[in-house]
Write a protein that binds this ligand. Structure first.
Ligand code: ADP
Ligand code: ADP
Length: 230
């Protein structure tokens, strides 16, 4: 079944020009897709539209059966509960432990404490973070903080994971581990979309590619040259 559908979607930031123009594609449940393209191509904007962080001026977006053009603002939080967001700025709470940061989405959903503890530790374990559960985020390296953000995004077992440059702050080995981690979630049935310019990681974990150039989907696949264009 179809999980995401874009029909001739255009988007512009207030006062600007179109940063996405006539974008159409469809993603089936259970797919893993890379969104590639040079800086400024519209990758982040595409993910933000799917998460209903912004709203297209033209075209139609349907995500998990929900037509986003008619999604009422007060329904957005409930819609977003099914999406795990991994964004570049990790948005971790500085005065809460790693455990509390990762547990937060479960607390918000009203899970029982025993469930929260079990699921949170499972997510921390999956990202190799168990030993940091009592640490404060700012005492960790950038890469470790990034993994805390990923653990928080997957702790609720969302149907869809959207990740914007999730390996941008990681050393090559950690980046590979994180990408393989996404592939494992995907094998477990989660639909995954990752905006990235990490061609070497894409080659190591090959999946479908949606390539953007200046706000349009392009058939041209990313090359080392487009990476050098960064
Ligand atoms: P990418 O993720 O591929 O680097 P973005 O989606 O971040 O691309 O940006 C696409 C275009 O939209 C760029 O030209 C960028 O400068 C512009 N843009 C991004 N965010 C904003 C914003 N908040 N206001 C105005 N323009 C923006
Ligand atoms: P990314 O490529 O992942 O979007 P950027 O460094 O381009 O990262 O953007 C960082 C932040 O600045 C994002 O929140 C983006 O929306 C915003 N931004 C990017 N370009 C512009 C712009 N031209 N005007 C205003 N805000 C922008």
């Amino acid at each position: 079944t179809e999980l995401i559908r874009f029909d001739q979607v255009s988007y512009r930031y207030p006062g600007g020009q179109d940063v996405l123009g006539d974008v159409s594609f469809s993603i089936a449940q259970g797919e893993m897709v890379y969104v590639t393209g040079p800086s400024g191509a519209g990758k982040s904007t595409l993910l933000r539209l799917i998460a209903a962080l912004c709203r297209a001026q033209r075209g139609q977006i349907v995500v998990m059966g929900q037509n986003l053009s008619v999604l009422k603002p007060r329904r957005v939080p409930a819609f977003r509960q099914h999406i795990g967001l991994v964004f570049q700025n990790f948005n971790l709470l500085a005065d809460r432990t790693v455990f509390d940061n990762v547990a937060l989405p479960l607390v918000v959903r009203g899970y029982a404490y025993a469930d929260i503890a079990r699921r949170t530790r499972a997510a921390l374990d999956a990202l190799g973070l168990l030993r940091y559960e009592k640490s404060l985020p700012l005492t960790l390296s950038g890469g470790e903080q990034q993994r805390v953000g990923i653990a928080r995004a997957i702790v609720t077992k969302p149907a869809l994971i959207l990740a914007d440059e999730p390996t941008g702050n990681l050393d090559p080995k950690m980046a590979m581990d994180v990408m393989r981690g996404f592939a494992r979630f995907n094998e477990a049935g989660v639909t995954v979309m990752i905006a990235t310019h990490a061609i070497d990681l894409i080659e190591a974990v090959p999946k479908r590619i949606i390539h953007l150039e200046r706000g349009h989907i392009s058939d041209r696949l990313p090359t080392a040259a487009s990476r050098l264009g960064e």
